[in-house]
Ligand binder design. Structure first.
Ligand code: GTP
Ligand code: SPV
Ligand code: MN
Length: 586
């Protein structure tokens, strides 16, 4: 046995002595193993088979009704000094954390199987990829990790070659919200998660490793781990440019990454290629550009709102070999959720006869887990070991007012300031109140494991001689009119904005200069075949100086909260913006 596998084996044995499982199973990732796990979960009721003629090899999982989303108030970063994690994280000292978790994990796997899940985040042969091993007592987690990562023997082989892997220990415990903790020890490359079986809390390769641990490593090693989709836009001339976009949870990443062009664009020959829908790892290449990979191999996507009209590619993707979590059911055993333009619900997400008085049929954070290569728009370049080059970075949030449909920032520093100033309404992706406007820099509020001030400085450090950085933009698909309706049709029509963005990158699209950046005028956008109220469109492309003055003051107060850690350049850029605004609108 090699040294690496010895280390792994010792950790597995030590964990088994602590958690005392009945059995240990090393996952190989084979089809036979997956089949056996499915049988086991069908027998235990963890999975329910869906209609095999409409949804072959699809299953429903119902989680505990108190375990349906990420839990930010129970998520901690454990470092020697509190200062390291900043005011943007919950902190626990490593000693206290280990004591607490040792007590929880003590004997917690009795009567259960301990699964060892080796996984690789990123294409198996990419130098940008990184491996981890998750130990879990949940077969549902194993089944999801098999879809979301390169799991099993292939990952183990890579671990054997490499000097390092991230350790993740997970137990569903008693699924008691009072005994639930999601802990990260970045300096130990260790994750410990107890008491939840849900998504980001339990599939440790995803938010815990590929964002929180990776963000920490990226800062030390000079790369970026971001909450971003990656999409390729092929123009009628056949050239493909890639965009990375950061929107907070349940704010449109999956949808934008699988966008279907409007009919006029299809006729002209535009195509859209999906590379990733949630996480993006980026680093500078020898040519000075930023190169990106999607560390994931699957989608853990929001079900509600997914329809033939909004996201036909997602519907096609999840027509087979999909695990649905917390959706409703039709009378003939098909999955159902609010917004689906077909069928009607008979059973709700908790297994009760559907009654609108009990709320929606599908939980608002119900999700599908599916292999990414089942997506009709899946990019052939998704597995490229060197990644793909990024032409534009886009930030965006769910903002009912203030934020225009799109603007281009002046330069990298202004772009970083724009990302750092992001605000968005909270969604059902995390427990807590929905629709509350909060600061969510770069859509990383729940995922940046270190002081945001240092994180902004890390972003700024990419701007150095020789760098060929992408332009940075901000979008808002969620602006509402006085009647409370979305003004912008969104979804496929978002390509009109992406075309302008790439046109700006190529120097062929026009814009007007304003105090907050460059905005398109109506004539700068391709509106062919778009049905939108002209006054709505005007409102979407206009800025309100009084509201922006107030916003910039608030940004100043917010950023000052990072004290000494805040890079001066950001405060200077903010002051310049405020001065430009005052000069333009005295
Ligand atoms: P996470 O997986 O939580 O990180 O979310 P995400 O950013 O991938 O969000 P997703 O694309 O799943 O979208 C969440 C919700 O926003 C869904 O209900 C969508 O239907 C809705 N949505 C997405 N794009 C648009 C848009 O352009 N306009 C409007 N009005 N709604 C949108
Ligand atoms: C998110 O909340 O941003 C998600 C879903 O993508 S989860 O995996 O639960 O974090
Ligand atoms: Mn996400």
């Amino acid at each position: 046995m090699t040294r690496q596998l010895e280390t792994l084996n010792e950790w597995v044995q030590a964990t088994a002595r602590k958690t005392r499982p009945d059995r240990i199973h090393w996952c190989d990732g084979s089809n036979a193993e997956a089949q056996a796990l499915t049988e086991l979960m069908l027998a235990s009721g963890d999975l329910i088979a869906l209609n095999p003629s409409t949804h072959p090899d699809c299953y429903l999982h119902r989680s505990d009704p108190d375990d349906v989303a990420r839990v930010e108030h129970l998520t901690f970063i454990c470092t020697p000094q509190r200062e390291q994690v900043g005011p943007n994280n919950r902190w626990m000292s490593p000693d206290q954390a280990h004591t607490k978790m040792n007590a929880l994990f003590d004997g917690c796997m009795q009567g259960r199987t301990l699964y060892v899940v080796p996984y690789c985040m990123g294409p198996i042969d990419s130098p940008l990829s990184r491996c981890g091993v998750e130990i879990t007592d949940s077969p549902y987690v194993v089944a999801n990790m098999r879809i979301m990562t390169r799991m099993g023997q292939i990952a183990l082989q890579r671990i054997e070659r490499e000097a390092q892997f991230v350790k993740g220990l997970h137990s569903i415990g008693e699924l008691n919200p009072e005994r639930r903790f999601i802990l990260h020890f970045p300096e130990e490359g260790l994750i410990q998660s107890y008491g939840s079986g849900y998504g980001g809390n339990a599939l440790l390769g995803k938010k815990c490793h590929a964002l929180r641990i990776a963000a920490w490593q990226g800062r030390q090693q000079g790369w970026l781990a971001e909450h971003m989709l990656i999409v390729g836009i092929e123009n009628p001339q056949g050239a493909t440019h890639y965009i990375a976009a950061a929107f907070p949870s349940a704010c449109g990443k999956t949808n934008l990454s699988m966008l279907i062009p409007p009919p006029s664009y299809c006729r002209a020959g535009w195509k859209v290629w999906t590379v990733g829908d949630d996480i993006c790892w980026m680093q500078a290449g020898a040519d000075g550009r930023l190169w990106a990979i999607n560390p994931e191999a699957g989608f853990f996507g929001v079900a509600p709102g997914t329809s033939r009209k909004t996201n036909l590619n997602a519907l096609a993707t999840l027509s087979h070999d999909t695990i649905f979590t917390n959706v409703g059911l039709t009378s003939d055993g098909q999955p159902w959720w609010e917004g689906l333009d077909k069928g009607k619900p008979a059973i709700d997400w908790q297994g009760r006869t559907f009654d609108p008085a009990n709320g929606p049929a599908a939980h608002p954070n119900s999700r599908f887990t599916v292999r990414a290569n089942q997506c009709p728009s899946w990019s052939a370049h998704s597995e490229d070991p060197q990644g793909i080059p990024i032409s534009a970075i886009v930030f965006g949030g769910r903002r009912a007012n203030l934020m225009p449909l799109v603007f281009e920032t002046r330069d990298w520093t202004h772009g970083v300031l724009t990302g750092a100033s992001m605000r968005s309404e909270t969604t059902a992706a995390a427990t807590g109140q929905v629709g509350v406007l909060r600061r969510d820099p770069m859509a990383m509020k729940p995922f940046c494991s270190y002081n945001f001030g240092d994180y902004f400085a890390h972003w700024l450090s990419f701007d150095h001689p020789g760098a060929k950085l992408p332009k940075i933009f901000h979008v808002n698909w969620f602006r509402k009119n006085d009647q409370g309706a979305f003004m912008w049709p969104g979804f496929g029509d978002n390509l009109r904005i992406l075309e302008w963005i790439l046109g700006r990158c190529e120097g062929i699209a026009e814009a007007q200069e304003t105090a907050i950046g460059y905005l398109p005028r109506m004539q700068d956008l391709n509106l062919d075949g778009l049905s939108i109220d002209r006054t709505d469109l005007q409102a979407l492309l206009r800025i309100n100086p009084a509201e922006w003055t107030e916003e910039l003051q608030d940004v100043g107060t917010y950023l000052a909260g990072y004290g000494e850690h805040l890079p001066q350049a950001l405060e200077l850029a903010r002051q310049q913006m405020a001065a430009a605004l005052a000069a333009e609108h005295p």
